[in-house]
Design a protein around this ligand. Structure first.
Ligand code: ATP
Length: 255
């Protein structure tokens, strides 16, 4: 059985300006332990798909199952990492941000601290736990978000362009770190991006979305390359080209 199953999922937003069909007939099964990148041009419906898996939005059609049970609300079994850093609590230290969900679940202080330290170390920020978010760089804040999500031990990590706001060099470093963490934890990841290289560097499979209205899955490409990935290798370039060929039409308008 797959961990997450999206079955004929559709989403139509209804507002003051009328109805907008963002996603249509989207079907996908995610296996336990895979790193799935959902790639698509701006506005094709990527965030809408992620928000429905997170339980922030309800599908207008079809259904989403997590471990066989329908998703109808957010839950601790899904850890979400956003692009912006404003989801961190300014008044808490980095360590207390990481341990926040554990506190909500009633975990004692000592155990919570040990766990938070463990994930702080995993994201490469040992010794920086006493700082507040305003004292951290953008890349460090994203590391804290990832540590916080992992500390709650979710069944799946949902990442919505987590490195989108970072400079190219920091982004490449964090991609490498995330890849290492994924190899260590084998946590299932659904990762959203519009960056082809990022998708090919991280994913075990890349799903390419078709432009909206009615954005849907156009193709799924397995990326069968060993980790850590060597971006200048012929095999990496070949994978990049095959994904690029699929997204090219979406960027340039052919259907
Ligand atoms: N709450 C909403 N109400 C109405 N329309 C919405 C809402 N959220 C998203 N949309 C529309 O749905 C479509 C898909 O949006 P979505 O944010 O899912 O795309 P995306 O692929 O994540 O884009 P980007 O890469 O630019 O973040 C867009 O046309 C957007 O305008």
């Amino acid at each position: 059985m797959s961990l997450v199953s999206l079955q004929g999922v559709g989403k139509t937003y209804r507002g003051r300006t009328g109805a907008w069909e963002a996603v249509r007939d989207f079907s996908l099964d995610l296996d336990d332990g895979e790193f799935f990148c959902l790639l698509g041009t701006s506005g094709c419906g990527k965030t809408t798909v992620l928000n429905m898996v997170a339980g922030f939005e309800q599908p207008s059609a079809g259904r989403i199952l997590l471990g066989g049970a329908p998703v109808d609300r957010p839950g601790a079994d899904r850890g979400v990492v956003f692009q912006g850093h404003d989801s961190l609590y300014e008044w808490l230290t980095a360590l207390d941000n990481i341990g926040f969900g554990l506190r909500l679940r009633g975990m004692g202080r000592r155990e919570r601290r040990a766990k938070a330290e463990h994930y702080l170390h995993m994201v490469g920020l040992t010794g920086q736990g006493a700082k507040h978010p305003s004292e951290l760089s953008g890349g460090m804040k994203q590391r804290i978000q990832i540590a916080r999500a992992l500390a709650n031990d979710p069944r799946i990590l949902l990442m919505d362009e987590p490195f989108g706001a970072l400079d190219a060099m920091t982004r490449a470093v964090l991609q490498g770190e995330l890849s290492r963490i994924w190899a260590e934890t084998r946590k299932t990841v659904l990762f959203i991006t519009h960056d082809i290289e990022e998708a090919v560097a991280l994913a075990t499979r890349v799903g390419v979305m078709k432009r909206g209205p009615g954005g849907t899955l156009k193709a799924v490409v397995p990326v069968d390359l060993p980790f850590p990935r060597e971006r200048t290798s012929d095999a990496f370039m070949a994978a990049f080209r095959s994904v690029h060929a699929l997204i090219h039409d979406e960027i340039h308008g052919a259907h």
